[in-house]
Write a protein that binds this ligand. Sequence first.
Ligand SMILES: O=P(O)(O)OC[C@H]1O[C@H](O[C@H]2O[C@H](CO)[C@@H](O)[C@H](O)[C@H]2O)[C@H](O)[C@@H](O)[C@@H]1O
Length: 360
Amino acid sequence: MASQNVLIVDAFNLTLSTEGLPNPSIYSIASQQKRPPVVPCGGYTNKKKIMLQNLETNAAAGARPNNCWVESIRASSPTHMKSITPSLLEEKRAWIIRHPSALDMFHEITEASKGKQIVMFLDYDGTLSPIVENPDRAFMSGKMRRAVRQLAKYFPTAIVTGRCRDKVYDFVKLAELYYAGSHGMDIKGPTKGLKYNQKSKVVNFQPASEFLPLIDKVYKVLVEKTKSTPGARVENNKFCISVHFRCVDEKKWNDLAQKVKEVVNEYPQLNWRQGRMVMEIRPKIEWDKGKALEFLLECLGFADCSSVFPVYIGDDTTDEDAFKILRKRGQGFGILVSKFPKKTSASYSLREPDEARIIF
Ligand SMILES: O=P(O)(O)OC[C@H]1O[C@H](O[C@H]2O[C@H](CO)[C@@H](O)[C@H](O)[C@H]2O)[C@H](O)[C@@H](O)[C@@H]1O
């Protein structure tokens, strides 16, 4: 383990010298990856062996922790990478030792999953698709789609996203997956290739359906209220709403946040959380991505099962709810996709969506 950490730190320095640009060796490894040969259905052990063959080393970079709201939004922007100080560098090194790359730790991970049923949970934005300015253009690559399709042949696989379920389906286009849209408030089972558990045939769950009219109303209010802020964008995610900051001048972030908070404060049934350059407004109910993960495990018949191994890969603050659940259950592990250190309950890290594809 110790020698592995040294390796990570060395590679980490190399990454820093490229000012946050993708590590060229990782890119070439990713592009040289060959798809594993198709193994018979149910061949989980074979699949794990193939996944092991895909292992390569890597490193992750980091960023400054944040204390206030605007700082934390700023921290989700790569531009802050410009000011790297020695203490920041030290912090980054410490972080990667605490959350090693899942690529480096793949052997340990596969050893831990031996004899257990792996269930995959995948966030969409920033995990399966790279972050882009226009949320309507956050396409998943054909390579990523093929990798997820392949994964789902061997393990029950769910997309867990803040997006509206229909919208994420339009991006992913794989009918054999489970989909948990609107931060888990809109769950639907596969419409094709069902093979894990009969119970999952009936998966269709919307714990916040009574909030639909309210969400529609508040969406319209927010569109009106934010239209004077250049670059602001409001997205209706059916059971929740996203107000995007990514294209707003940094000087206007606070103003925009105030406007949004004023609206949300008028509706005690709603609250908001911060995501990546976005404010996520949603119903105040005890439901989140972590609860959705537990719900899906139950649907699959693994509620009280000690031999299940859930793997959750995500990049955002809302994914932390799922990472926490995995820690609490003491089952499986969480993987945070991030180039920068973030406070996280995930065990491991990956730098970018392409790396997630490698471990598939
Ligand atoms: O749970 P997720 O799948 O990660 O969805 C969370 C939000 O993702 C999207 O916004 C993020 O990605 C956009 C496209 O790359 C980017 O422009 C934006 O800044 C990010 O916050 C999506 O548009 C939101 O609706 C989701 O809630």
